[in-house]
Design a protein around this ligand. Structure first.
Ligand code: S3P
Length: 461
């Protein structure tokens, strides 16, 4: 017992990547046959978090269809419940009922946001303008991630924050009694920071303003309008200026969550790389601020077509048909990063198999994701025998016609790294293994089952 206690606290205190009690390693090998079939990937993670949060701030009952039931989103569901909203599963849908803006109640215990930066940062925004006290924490990965980027602007509404080391979870929050509207220019392109400020603005009197120098995903703006808030956006070159009128009456509004383009990215790249493959992915979100990877893959020569484009719940969606293609190297400009920020590890896999040398520019933000994805992506490629260099914030990847493989990838509690490495193992001469697959469930439950259904060879080592 004493030993067990010591092990638990040692893990917690170390801040290292030791939190998963039972690691589940996996091995990916070249499949015998091409990948084939039609699949639907789970719901969009960004939209799912927002649907639960906005539903909990609205008056009435919101029905959510296609909610991502991944660990990250389930943390948001639990947090909104702890703050007094009714959040429950009803058949395949989810129902959320709140009592309006300002109607949250103090949580009785610490809010544990698990692995999710989006859940933690957006919730900071909500809590900043509610006169309640709360404490937030997360897993070893989330506790390493910077929170100052939301704390600093949110202080301007009158909220008080005390964070470990000034910048890290655990974090104590005393929300403002009578919140002031914030006016802020984002120093980094971050939809999470933008959304946190807009969410704080919901319970502030007056106009909240955010200026973003580069456009980031606009699901918050779209969904706020869907719930009845007055949000205006004006564009000046690359930058966007967003204004939100405070204290709107948010009215419950049903939401159909599209398939997550960031999850679709994994089977898409797998099909592009495994010779002879052809797969279809149905009802994938195609918001133009999320489709940087698809644009980049097309520039690399990928046979990737969109069929049945349509609008669902205010977001463009469509079916994607992908066929094996011999890809060419690419030079990706830094300005594209916000529209594909989560896709660099899997793009790096595509670049490793492409003809020529690719350069992915301006990746500073990758260093503060679920892991230091900049270094971890380079290490993943290195473990497969691919030559990769880092120059300032750029990654340079030398494509190879035949990748040796045979390495083990340390996934560092990072779901996207784990999935990227498993896709990589589908094309290397010797199989690739990953040390732990448990974190895949944060964003893509049943990833392994879906990939196996398409013909991928993923097994315990
Ligand atoms: C997200 C924004 C992105 C992204 C994350 C989801 C969101 O983070 O990496 O997975 O839902 O707003 P940043 O906005 O911090 O770049």
């Amino acid at each position: 017992m004493l030993l067990q206690l010591c092990q638990t606290s040692c893990n917690v205190l170390s801040g290292g990547f030791m939190e998963s009690p039972v690691r589940k390693p996996l091995k990916a090998s070249r499949p015998e046959a091409p990948l084939a079939g039609a699949v639907t990937v789970p719901g969009d993670k960004s939209i799912s978090h927002r649907a639960l949060m906005f539903g909990a701030l609205a008056v009435g009952e919101t029905r959510i269809t296609g909610l991502l039931e991944g660990e990250d989103v389930l943390r948001t569901a639990a947090a909104m419940r702890a703050l007094g909203a009714r959040v429950e599963r009803s058949g395949a849908d989810w129902l959320v009922a709140g009592s309006g803006i300002g109607g949250l109640t103090p949580p009785e215990d610490v809010l544990d946001m698990g692995n999710s930066g989006t859940a933690a940062r957006l919730l900071c925004g909500i809590l900043a303008s509610h006169d309640i006290f709360s404490v937030m924490t997360g897993d070893a990965s989330l506790r390493k991630r910077p929170m100052q980027r939301v704390i600093a602007p949110l202080r301007a509404c009158g909220a008080r924050f005390t964070a470990r080391g000034g910048d890290r979870l655990p974090l104590a929050i005393q929300g403002a009694r009578d919140a002031l509207p914030i006016s802020y220019r984002l120093p980094v392109a971050s939809a999470q920071v933008k959304s946190a400020i807009l969410l704080a603005g919901l319970n502030a009197r007056g106009i909240t303003e955010v200026e973003e120098p580069e456009a980031t995903r606009d699901h918050s703006e779209n969904m706020l309008r869907h719930f009845g808030a007055a949000v205006t956006v004006s564009r000046h070159g690359d930058s966007r200026h967003i204004q939100l009128a405070g204290q709107p009456e948010l009215r419950a509004a049903d939401i159909a969550v599209p398939g997550d383009p960031s999850s679709a990215a994994f089977p898409i790249v797998a099909a592009l790389l495994v010779p002879g493959s052809r797969i279809t992915l149905t009802a994938i979100g195609l918001n133009p601020l999320r489709t940087g990877l698809f644009e980049t893959l097309r520039e690399m020569g990928a046979a990737l077509t969109i069929s049945h484009p349509r609008i669902q719940g205010g977001e463009p969606i469509g079916d994607i048909i992908v066929e094996f293609t011999e890809l060419s190297a690419i030079d990706v400009p830094p300005g594209r990063a916000p529209s594909m920020i989560d896709e660099y590890p899997i793009l790096a896999v595509a670049c490793a198999a492409a003809r020529g040398t690719s350069r992915l520019r301006g990746l500073a933000e990758l260093r503060v994701k679920e892991s230091d994805r900049f270094s971890a992506t380079a290490a993943m490629l290195g473990a497969a025998g691919i030559r990769v260099e880092a120059e300032a914030d750029d990654l340079i990847i030398h494509g190879m016609p035949a990748i040796p493989g045979g390495g083990e990838v340390a996934t560092q509690m990072d779901h996207r790294l784990a999935m990227s490495a498993l896709v990589l193992g589908g094309i290397t001469a010797a199989p690739m293994t990953i040390d732990d697959s448990t974190f895949i469930d944060t964003s893509f439950p049943n990833f392994v089952g879906l990939m196996r259904g398409l013909g991928a060879e993923i097994t315990p080592p």
